[in-house]
Design a protein around this ligand. Structure first.
Ligand code: PGA
Length: 253
């Protein structure tokens, strides 16, 4: 059985005050319930304060990005050690906003994936096609490329399914209010699971989690999450409202 996993990606939103309130409400709403794995990814400046709020809660802390060098003259960047130091368990990598707005390519993302895993961070690796790619019938080719290059050289330990989560996020559905239909999501997730099987073996493929992301809201979460290969959600906009985020967590049950 795969435990569903719902993560809130706060992107470049919140203030210290609103981040604290949001985390406090999430902690109260989740309590000690561990039937759904939950994580939140605040902006870097608020990781430590949100980490304090999460103490004693099963909600995990996640970074939104990292730089794949141990330390050094990399102005503006954040290392794996820093993320671990403030209590992060996860890091989101390959998000489409970083791919398409900040110019990250698959090779750079792969360096980050391997740096995170080597340091002991768990990775949420985002993949997903743009609208043009979908309309040109290139969805599978894009997913295949992002997955294969993203996971290149990852060490295949038996607990790899604990350490890597895939998030399928069709770019055209992110922040647009236009989510993939449950059938579109299921098709893409089944494709990704099959590819992971070819890359890493059938056992891992059956165990690893594939989150769906892209305009997940309380009113569409249940229909997406009940698809057999949809194992949770990576939630942007709706994760900034504690009631909406908690409703999505409940929908994953
Ligand atoms: P959204 O963002 O829920 O606001 O569409 C999802 C994401 O980018 O992870």
């Amino acid at each position: 059985m795969r435990t569903p996993f719902v993560a809130g990606n706060w992107k470049m939103f919140t203030t210290a005050d609103s981040a604290r309130k949001l985390a406090t409400a999430a902690v109260a709403g989740v309590g000690q319930d561990q039937r759904v794995r939950v994580a939140v990814a605040p902006p870097f400046p608020y990781l430590a304060l949100v980490g304090e709020v999460l103490k004693g809660s099963p909600i995990a802390l996640s970074g939104q990005n990292l730089y794949p060098e141990k330390e050094g003259a990399f102005t503006g960047e954040v290392s794996t050690a820093m993320l671990l130091d403030v209590g992060c368990k996860y890091v989101i990598l390959g998000h489409s906003e970083r791919r398409h707005k900040l110019g990250e390519n698959d090779l750079f993302i792969n360096r980050k994936v391997n740096a995170a895993l080597a340091a002991g961070l768990r990775v949420i690796l985002c993949v997903g096609e743009t609208l043009e790619e979908r309309e040109a019938d290139h969805t599978e080719a894009v997913l295949e490329r992002q997955l294969t290059l993203g996971l290149a050289d990852v060490p295949t330990s038996p607990d790899l399914h604990e350490r890597v989560v895939i998030a399928y996020e069709p770019v055209w559905a992110i922040g647009t209010g236009r989510n993939a239909t449950p059938d579109q999501a299921q098709l893409a997730h089944a494709f990704l699971r099959a590819r992971v099987g070819q890359l890493l073996g059938a056992t891992f493929a059956s165990q690893f989690l594939i989150q769906y992301g892209g305009s997940v809201k309380p009113d569409n979460a249940a229909s997406l999450l009940k698809q057999p290969d949809v194992d949770g959600a990576l939630v942007g906009g709706a994760s900034l409202n504690a009631d909406h985020f908690l409703a999505i967590v409940r929908a994953a049950l």
